[in-house]
Design a protein around this ligand. Sequence first.
Ligand code: SF4
Ligand code: ZN
Length: 312
Amino acid sequence: MRSRICTICAKPSVIVRSHEGRSLCRRHFMESVERNARKYVGKHRMIESGDRIGVALSGGKDSAVALYVLKNIVGKRKDVSLCALSIDEGIAGSRDAALKKAKQLCKKLGVKHCTFSFRKELGMTLDAKVRKLKLGREGVCGFCGIARRWILNREARGLGLNKLALGINLNDEAESIMMNYVRGDMLRAARLGPVTNYSISGRGARLFIPRIKPLRMIPEPEIELYAKFASLPFHPKHCRYRGGIRIDVEKSLDMLEKRYPGTMFTIVSTFDRILPGIRSAVAQEGYVLKCKKCGEPASKDICKCCELWRNG
Ligand code: SF4
Ligand code: ZN
């Protein structure tokens, strides 16, 4: 039964947290999200003195909240700097609107904003790549993700950043965990977690900019609600190429979460308990090389981005 009043102050509630058995009003909901993110950042020591953090800002709700929350956490600290990096993949009909929102947010928060594009960095937009290779829906995200990570890593290093913050929420992380189980991809599973700087070794390791995920334990609906209440500019639509196995896993997890509230928390927290074991099991495979073509981290002589995008 949906409770209509806040468990803390008895004002009208805006959200029911079934897994916690409580409802929250707007104020207590906002405070709770901020507290949860702050605690998570502290628990995993995501921010340290001297950090120069770049937030990967897509223009969507998740990265908007990540930037906003980090800006509040870092506050006026002089020993930590924050900027935002956006990538224009070249997807007609949605990226321009999303990048506009990203720009507005950075202006509102007074954060430096840098934009990079597939066209300029890789010589081709994502739309053109899809047309050229006649990629089906299942294959586009793979191509896109590889290129985006390559650009982000390279440009973050170029800007002198030492960490990249991602707006990954609880649902995203639970989906990624389940996807890796379905595919049996333990190497990728080892790269998940609150901070992605696991025991990689090899010549390419120092070139890899560690990732942090401050929103990793916050459910997607809460992120959306928070972004709205905080009046953050964000683009509400999903990318039109979104597809493949992630959609099926997403649907299954949504169904489970509805029937068994707290499922996503359980998936992620159970995974975290076995993560050290997964990492030590694949330690040898986690050896990172330096791409002979572009100098970025690679698992073979030539990195995936050079193989798929820079092979012309
Ligand atoms: Fe790229 Fe897929 Fe994300 Fe679209 S949904 S931006 S194609 S990774
Ligand atoms: Zn390369």
